[in-house]
Design a protein around this ligand. Structure first.
Ligand SMILES: Nc1ncnc2c1ncn2[C@@H]1O[C@H](COP(=O)(O)OP(=O)(O)O)[C@@H](O)[C@H]1O
Ligand SMILES: [Mg+2]
Length: 313
């Protein structure tokens, strides 16, 4: 720990300088100079990517807050000061397509950028990966996945499905094994449980021991129509496409039809992605039959190209 400390502490210990002098010196220094492990948040590409996501205002604020806390606690620890343990397990609540998996992936990378996680990768698991079929099987499966997640994030989508198998099911055992893993590998991985808001609340109510282990809860609200249109724009730009005015109108109408706020089937950003991908396929078919086309034709999606993906119809 000591090697991270500013050399001024040595001088202080040897009685060469006063407390006042130390404080004044430290105040004049950027954290990076007094601590080589300090990482300026602006240097994280993943953080930039997170901040570039459309909407998600609360998510961004909470992530900034978590980052500030974990970094200061880390520096306090390295400076020999009292510090809270860095428990960063999280609960993500929201409908499908609201960005939960995307944000989990970025958080893993951000935490690795600030050296809180060794690797920052994400392991996505579901009930079948964790719940075994015979006595003893479950603990083995859970341990195996925790091992894979070490240094990164374990992301369990629809986490409540763990306790939905009835009396003879091993789901409860999976939860116990997860809790044990969280103890055994403290600070070595982050567990993120995700799912629909109501179901997650019920799940945590019926497992109070579990709830207390997740200090961070983040809500992922449905995107507004405006946000969804911006998301479509970003997705098209990334793929080097643009849409005609007529096409945009049609897209807006389709999105309007699906975006009743709070409708768990609205699809959110996933709906947008499906429409974008389907429309690109339709445009390709149209162009293929015309045989002759310009660069502008290649780029532009027209009204007749814009379609809902099969998943949404
Ligand atoms: N704010 C956003 N800006 C741009 N694209 C987004 C945004 N949120 C989600 N997406 C995209 O929508 C799709 C679904 O998002 P995902 O993170 O899988 O949602 P969830 O895990 O909540 O179901 C992904 O392709 C993702 O890249
Ligand atoms: Mg997801």
């Amino acid at each position: 720990m000591k090697e991270y400390m500013d050399p001024i502490f040595d001088q202080f210990e040897q009685g060469k300088v006063s407390t006042e002098y130390v404080l004044k010196e430290l105040a004049n220094k950027k954290p990076k100079e007094s601590n080589p492990n300090y990482c300026d948040m602006k240097e994280s590409k993943a953080l930039e990517e997170l901040n570039d996501l459309i909407g998600l205002k609360d998510v961004k604020e909470i992530v900034e807050e978590i980052l500030a806390v974990v970094m200061i606690q880390k520096i306090r620890k390295e400076s020999g000061l009292k510090h809270e343990p860095l428990v960063s397990h999280m609960i993500f609540k929201g409908n499908p397509g609201t960005g939960k998996t995307t944000v989990a992936r970025l958080i893993g990378q951000i935490f690795s950028d600030i050296q809180l996680l060794e690797k920052g990768h994400i392991i996505e698991v579901e009930r079948a990966d964790l719940v075994g079929e015979y006595i003893g099987h479950t603990a083995v499966k859970v341990r195996e996945h925790i091992r894979k997640a070490l240094g990164g994030v374990m992301f369990i989508d629809e986490a409540y499905s763990l306790c939905r198998g009835g009396k003879k099911d091993f789901g409860k055992e999976a939860i116990d094994a997860l809790v044990k893993g969280m103890e055994d590998y403290k600070e070595q991985f982050i567990l993120i449980l995700a799912g629909y808001t109501d179901e997650m609340d019920d799940f945590l109510r019926t497992n109070p021991g579990l709830k207390s282990r997740f200090p961070i809860h983040i809500d992922f609200p449905d995107y507004t129509l405006e946000d969804l249109l911006k998301i479509a724009e970003v997705m098209l730009e990334d793929r080097e496409y643009t849409i005609s005015i007529g096409a945009k109108e049609k897209l807006t109408n389709i999105l309007k039809k699906h975006t009743k706020q709070g409708d768990i089937y609205s699809g959110n950003a996933r709906l947008v992605r499906n429409i974008v991908e389907k429309s690109i396929r339709k445009q390709a078919l149209r162009l293929k039959t015309t045989k002759k086309f310009t660069r502008s034709d290649l780029i532009t999606l027209k009204k007749q190209d814009v379609m809902e993906g099969e998943e949404n119809v």
